[in-house]
Design a binder for this molecule. Structure first.
Ligand SMILES: O=C(O)CCC(=O)C(=O)O
Length: 221
């Protein structure tokens, strides 16, 4: 299903295009490029305060993806279950605040996807090294609000499924600067990421050296 918006020019002439992947879901190719410097600078500052760590599933298995968070709530998993927490269980402190550029990007991406106004209060930061994958899952949080998911660094194949885990999946290649948005009738679609392959990031940055960074914006409640 292709719904190509005519390529739009942002203020700084960065072009992006919208590709529909569902009735209320799309990939916004190149949409995050104009925020790239800000995003990388802010992620570095956030992970100094709330370092990446490998969470454990409630069953005790370590997750392959390393995670951190910013915003009023952070997604967490440990022996007590999956949940959103207002504090970082490692430090006992609130998660770092969500930088204004993050909130602006998420709001503008939801608008570009023609979804209702979106003000996220949680941003999960995922770090993938080569070989790391994320298995099919549905996102928790307030399902009246969309998910905005930003890709930086190494390319990846995003698995886009249906409302049931066993539904067929599409393989969507994602590049540095792409944003996937899903809400409304598509909000509970299963999705995941295939093992990230070795490669060269589109931009040189210590955070992206042999790695992929993903920012997933949600409304926790
Ligand atoms: O890394 C991605 O592109 C997807 C991340 C994701 O699905 C999640 O954090 O729930």
């Amino acid at each position: 299903m292709q719904d190509l918006f005519s390529p739009a020019a942002n203020d700084d002439q960065t072009h992006w295009e919208r590709i529909a992947i569902g009735r209320q879901a799309c990939v916004l190719r190149g949409f995050a490029l104009r925020w790239e410097d800000d995003l990388l600078r802010q992620v570095q500052a956030i992970v100094q305060q709330a370092p990446f760590r490998h969470l454990r599933t409630p069953g005790g298995r370590p997750m392959q993806v390393a995670m951190s968070n910013c915003g009023a709530f952070g997604w967490y998993s440990d022996q007590h279950g999956y949940r959103y927490s207002a504090t970082d269980p490692l430090s006992g402190q609130p998660w770092p605040a969500m930088p204004p550029a993050f909130a602006a990007l998420a709001a503008q991406a939801a608008q570009a996807a023609e979804l209702p106004p979106f003000a996220p209060n949680a941003c999960l930061i995922n770090r993938y090294s080569v070989g790391t994958r994320l298995t099919l899952h549905q996102d928790e949080g307030d399902a009246r609000h969309p998910i905005v998911s930003v890709s930086l660094g190494l390319p990846a194949i995003f698995l886009w499924g249906g409302d049931a885990r066993a539904d067929a999946t599409q393989k969507l290649p994602l590049q540095h600067g792409d944003v996937v948005v899903w809400g409304g009738v598509d909000r509970m679609r299963y999705h995941g990421v295939m093992p990230v392959k070795d490669g060269v990031s589109a931009v040189a940055h210590p955070l992206l050296d042999g790695q992929r960074i993903n920012l997933t914006f949600r409304r926790a409640s």
